[in-house]
Design a protein around this ligand. Structure first.
Ligand SMILES: [Zn+2]
Length: 301
């Protein structure tokens, strides 16, 4: 039995936006610890990724955006917005995180499934702007990488409790990528209404908090099936945010780890021979994050 490729990088723990910030180094420490538990470790092939290069990020981001981050890093860091702080060594984490996404896709194209332990998250990052704890849009960088390797059509499914405004903005004029997001609405960052359809390639599923679990499970699958109606992805990418789990302090969804596992299994069934690769996004209660990652990794393995 082949083991699930899991990509990681130790520098993903270096980014420390400050005491009390929910997007804290403990998150990735907990994820990597969860992946080291014997029952999980026996089923995965963990590999340290190479950090992304600035050139690789230019497939998605403007030179000006990256130059600003590099200059801020050279000054020792500083705030970007109320939520987003580049600390000393954060830039190493940003490049490591994007590199983890690239490596997970490279390996997933070969093996059929893969998981990338990315941090900081990416789905709020815009072409020219960091926001919402995100500096570089890992999942879109990964999607462009897959396209450069010949996977023409990429489906991105985002189950983070927040709308991936950055992902949507980066793909909404490009029919080669379809984006399906279920998120709490209205909620941070305010985008993600159902009428935001891009060029017909955006499928938003805005939902109230506190609904029955089964409603969320059903509605995201329905949107995925709509996105795949007469359109066959060459790669399925999951923006796996674990803040959609019941009890997360930054969201009000009621999902359990087994729901995320069930989605993963359902996507694999629908994907056929196309690879399914999941990248970490949010998730701010450490125990839930660890349980959620274990459930999704087991479903991918
Ligand atoms: Zn989130």
């Amino acid at each position: 039995m082949s083991r699930l490729p899991v990509s990681y990088h130790p520098a993903t723990r270096l980014h420390n936006p400050g005491a009390g910030h929910p997007e804290r180094p403990d998150r990735i420490v907990a994820v990597l610890d969860a992946l080291r538990e014997p029952m999980v470790a026996a089923r995965i092939d963990a590999r340290q990724a190479a950090p992304a290069t600035v050139e690789q990020l230019l497939s998605v981001h403007t030179r000006a955006h990256l130059d600003r981050l590099i200059a801020l890093d050279a000054r020792g860091g500083g705030p970007i917005d109320a939520d987003t702080f580049l600390a000393p060594r954060s830039w190493e984490s940003v490049l490591a995180s994007a590199g983890v996404g690239l490596d997970a896709v490279t390996r997933g194209l070969d093996a059929g499934t893969a998981f990338g332990a990315t941090r900081p998250p990416g789905h709020h990052a815009l072409a020219d702007r960091a926001m919402g704890f995100c500096f570089v849009n890992n999942v879109v960088v990964a999607a462009r990488h897959a396209q450069s390797l010949g996977r023409k059509q990429v489906l991105i499914i985002d189950w983070d409790v927040h709308h991936g405004n950055g992902t949507q903005a980066l793909v909404e004029r490009d029919p080669s990528i379809r984006y399906v997001s279920m998120h709490q609405y209205p909620w941070y960052p305010g985008t993600g209404a159902a009428h935001e359809r891009g060029v017909g390639n955006v499928f938003n599923v805005p939902r109230d908090p506190g609904l029955p679990r089964a409603t969320y499970v059903r509605d995201l699958l329905a949107a995925v099936d709509q996105a795949c109606d007469r359109w066959i992805p060459d790669l399925w990418l999951i923006s796996a945010g674990f803040d959609s789990l019941d009890g997360d302090p930054l969201g009000g969804f009621t999902l359990e780890p087994e729901d995320l596992a069930a989605w993963t299994v359902a996507f694999r069934e629908r994907a056929g021979k196309a690879p399914v690769v999941a990248l970490l996004e949010g998730g701010y209660r450490i125990d839930l994050l660890a349980q959620g990652v274990q459930a999704v990794v087991a479903a991918l393995a």
